[in-house]
Design a protein around this ligand. Structure first.
Ligand code: NAD
Ligand code: DAU
Length: 376
C-alpha cells in the first residue's frame, strides 16, 4: 500500500538515480544468502527487472533459508540456485570459474542477536570465515578484471548502542556489543582490508532494522504478528523502552540496487528511513492494526503483551543518519513506519500458508527454548 506521496517520491528517486554517473554495470551476480529474508526480497526485486543479468543464489538453507520465498522466480532463465556453504572454498572457486562473476552481493550470515548469545561460534564461522572465503576467492578470480564489485551487506549494530540522543554516521567508530555485532564488524574490517591491501573493488552498507514480507518470526515484527493472530502471549524484553530505527525491506532493496550501480568504489553507505520507535510503541501499533483488520475490539490484543527478562547486553538505541546515501546517490525510501507496518501486517495476514509453513515444529521448539526461562 503506497500513498500517492510515496509514489511521487519513487519517481523522483528513479530520476535522480538515473542522472548519477554509473560506477559499475553488474552482468553476472553471485548473491549469497538469497533464500533468507532480505536476500530473497532483493532477488524478487532484481531478477525480473534485469533479464539480461545472470543471478546465482548460493545459500546453505540453514533454518533461516526458505525456498518458498523464491517461488515466483521458478522458470526465470536468468536465475539459478546453488545449495552450499560460503565457507566452502572449493565450491565458491568452482562457481567463480563456471560463471565468471562480475559482482558479489553478500547477504549470507547468521543474523539473529539472541542466537549469537547462545551459539557465538556459529556466527564467527559464517560471518567472518565465510566472508573471508568469498573475499579470498574474489581476489584471485578478479586479478586482472575490469568493472567488478564486491558489495557487503552489514548492520548498524557494529556501532554499538546510542543513548537517547545522537545518530550513527559513516564516521562513527566501531563498538560492537553482541557476538553477532562483533562478527559483522569483523567481516566489515575484512572487506575494507581486502580493498586497502589488494585493491579489491568494494562497497559496503550498514543498515538499520529491516521489516516486511518473508521475515523469519524469530525477529520482533513477524513474531508479534504470528503470535497476535494466534492470540498467544507476545514477549517484550525489559521495559520495552529500547529504540530501533525501522526500514522496510523493499526500501533496503532499492537502496542496494542504487549503491550497486552508482555507489563509488571503497565507499560505505548507511541505509535507513530514519523511522525510530520504542519497542513498546511499535508492538502496540502492530496489535492495534491487527485488532482493526480482524475486527477484534480495539485494544484487546495489547493484553497479549507480556514483559519478560531482558536480552543480556541489550543495546538501548540505534538511529542512522542516511544523508550520505540520500545526498550522493539521490536515494529516498518509499515507506514511513505507519505505511510500512500496515503493508507488512496485511502481507502476513494474506499469506497464512507461508506463516504456517515457517511456524513448524522446529520453530516451536526454538521459541519454547528461547523463552522457557522467562515464561511468556
Ligand atoms: P536471514 O537470517 O534471514 O538470512 C540469512 C541467509 O543466509 C539464509 O538464507 C541462510 O540459509 C543463509 N546462510 C547462512 N549461513 C550460510 C552459509 N554458511 N553459506 C551460505 N548461506 C548461508 O538474514 P537477513 O535478515 O536476510 O540478513 C541478511 C544480511 O543483512 C545479513 O548479513 C545481516 O547481517 C544483514 N542485516 C540484516 C538486517 C535485518 O534487520 N534483518 C539489518 C541490517 C543488516
Ligand atoms: O539493527 C540491525 C539489526 O536488526 C540486524 O543487523 C539484525 O540482523 C536484526 O536481527 C536486527 O537486530 P535486533 O536485535 O534489533 O532485532 P530483533 O527483531 O531481534 O529485536 C528488535 C527489538 O525487539 C530489540 O530491541 C529486542 C526486542 N525484542 C525482540 C524479540 C525477538 C523483544 O522485545 N522481544 C522479542 O521477542
Amino acid at each position: 500500500m503506497l500513498t500517492s506521496a510515496s509514489r511521487i517520491a519513487f519517481r523522483q528517486t528513479s530520476r535522480i538515480m538515473n542522472s548519477s554517473a554509473l560506477q559499475h554495470e553488474p552482468k553476472r551476480i553471485l548473491v549469497t544468502g538469497g533464500a533468507g529474508f532480505i536476500g530473497s526480497n532483493f532477488l524478487l526485486h532484481m531478477v525480473p527487472k534485469y533479464p539480461g543479468v545472470q543471478f546465482v543464489n548460493l545459500d546453505l538453507l540453514t533454518y533461516a533459508g526458505n525456498l518458498l520465498n523464491l517461488q515466483r522466480l521458478e522458470g526465470s532463465g536468468n536465475y539459478h540456485f546453488v545449495e552450499g556453504d560460503i565457507a566452502d572454498g572449493d565450491l565458491v572457486r568452482s562457481l567463480f570459474e563456471e560463471h565468471d562473476f562480475t559482482t558479489v552481493v553478500h547477504f549470507a550470515a547468521e543474523s539473529h542477536v539472541d542466537r549469537s548469545i547462545s551459539d557465538p561460534l556459529a556466527f564467527v564461522r559464517t560471518n567472518m570465515v565465510g566472508t573471508a572465503t568469498l573475499l579470498e576467492t574474489a581476489r584471485h578470480a578478479w586479478k586482472n578484471s575490469q568493472d567488478v564489485r564486491f558489495h557487503h551487506i552489514s548492520t548498524d549494530e557494529v556501532f554499538g548502542s546510542l543513548g537517547s540522543e545522537g545518530v550513527f554516521t559513516e564516521e562513527t567508530p566501531y563498538d560492537p556489543k553482541s557476538p553477532y555485532a562483533a562478527s559483522k564488524a569483523g567481516s566489515d574490517h575484512l572487506v575494507r582490508a581486502y580493498g586497502h591491501t589488494y585493491g579489491l573493488p568494494y562497497t559496503l552498507s550498514n543498515t538499520s532494522n529491516n521489516y516486511g514480507p518473508f521475515q523469519h518470526p524469530e525477529k520482533l515484527i513477524p513474531l508479534v504478528i504470528l503470535r497476535c493472530l494466534k492470540e498467544e502471549s507476545i514477549p517484550m524484553y525489559g521495559d520495552g523502552m529500547n529504540v530501533r530505527d525501522w526500514l522496510h525491506v523493499h526500501d533496503h532493496c532499492s537502496a542496494l540496487e542504487c549503491i550497486l550501480k552508482y555507489g563509488r568504489d571503497s565507499q560505505t553507505y548507511l541505509v535507513s528511513a530514519e523511522q525510530e520507535s520504542t519497542n513498546l510503541n511499535l508492538v502496540q501499533t502492530l496489535t492495534d492494526l491487527i485488532d482493526d483488520i480482524t475486527g477484534r475490539p480495539q485494544g484487546r490484543s495489547r493484553e497479549l503483551i507480556t514483559f519478560v527478562e531482558d536480552r543480556p547486553g541489550h543495546d538501548f538505541r540505534y538511529a542512522i543518519d542516511a544523508q550520505h546515501l540520500r545526498n550522493e546517490l539521490g536515494w529516498k525510501p518509499q515507506y514511513d513506519l505507519p505505511a510500512g507496518l500496515l503493508h507488512t501486517v496485511r502481507w502476513y495476514i494474506e499469506h497464512p500458508e507461508w506463516l504456517e509453513a515457517i511456524a513448524d515444529e522446529s520453530y516451536q521448539q526454538y521459541f519454547e527454548k528461547q523463552y522457557l526461562s522467562s515464561g511468556p
